[in-house]
Design a protein around this ligand. Structure first.
Ligand code: NAP
Length: 243
């Protein structure tokens, strides 16, 4: 796709607050033609380009209804997520993180794939630096975001076959409700949103929207693991599946 947001149709999950709310504003600032603000509550916005969508990303019926109602979509931003402190002693906590942070984006992507394919569109998954380096004060969250990173990597060549690109955002500490009480240098949600759409418009596979992560970004992009990911992706392109 032409990756600039001008006149594009964008859907952001978890659009009612935090980074999601900032992404809606940034998409509008960049000239998006239509922005679906998807959230568990109805989002009220003064800009007539914004349309609210009721969407709990763990609710398959709501996802299907939203996908039926939205036939045109250029950019799907999987922003909604949860992050709770735990110690991996409670299986239910891990399941809850996986339900929202892994299976939520998985289901939303599949529901909107026909519209994204028709548009030659793109998916943006908000992951975390904890996808790469485990953050054991929130281990269930780390596991779920590592799985969502792998989902993003695995989908890259599979979606490319549909003409759809996918971008993973390795979000660093950002000043929202989620990171409240975690006292480290944080960027604003507006800074993160701006860096995320800069990365999408630049066509970056991975986007690191925190200055603290510049060195990690450079070593990741030039590193052996990224090179292996590209090599492994060619197995899909070659159809190299044992029969
Ligand atoms: N803030 C950080 O430091 C940081 C760091 C790394 C990654 N991230 C990632 O960035 C993304 C945005 O986080 P944030 O900082 O903006 O967090 P936030 O302020 O806590 O907002 C989370 C958003 O996700 C929504 N959400 C949660 N469960 C949902 C569900 N089942 N269905 C639909 N929406 C749901 C929330 O909606 P409700 O209002 O209805 O709860 C809210 O809109 C997340 O994926 C997060 O993991 C954030």
């Amino acid at each position: 796709m032409n990756l600039t947001l001008t006149d594009k149709t964008v859907l952001v999950t978890g659009a009612n607050r935090g980074i999601g709310q900032a992404l809606v504003q940034e998409a509008l600032r960049r000239g998006a033609g239509h922005v679906y603000a998807a959230a568990r509550q109805r989002v009220v916005h003064t800009d007539e380009r914004v349309a609210p969508v009721l969407l709990d990303i763990t609710d398959r019926a709501q996802i299907d209804t939203a996908a039926q109602e939205i036939s045109r979509l250029d950019l799907l931003v999987n922003n909604a997520g949860i992050g709770r402190y735990d110690d991996l002693s409670d299986r239910a906590a891990l399941e809850e993180h996986l339900a929202v942070n892994l299976f939520g984006p998985y289901d939303v992507i599949h529901a909107f794939l026909p519209a994204l394919t028709a548009a030659g569109g793109a998916v943006v998954n908000l992951l975390s630096i904890a996808s790469l380096a485990a953050l054991p004060i929130i281990p269930s969250y780390s596991v779920s975001k590592a799985a969502a990173f792998s989902l993003t990597q695995n989908l890259r060549p599979l979606l490319a076959a549909h003409g759809v690109s996918i971008h993973g955002v390795l979000v660093g500490p950002t000043d929202t409700e989620m990171s409240r009480g975690f006292e480290v240098p944080k960027v604003s949600p507006e800074h993160a949103a701006n860096a995320i759409f800069d990365g999408v418009e630049a066509g970056s596979d991975e986007i690191f929207p925190h200055p603290m992560l510049e060195a990690a970004a450079e070593s990741w992009k030039a590193g052996e693991i990224k090179s292996l990911e590209r090599q492994f992706a060619t197995f899909v392109e070659q159809g190299a599946i044992a029969s």
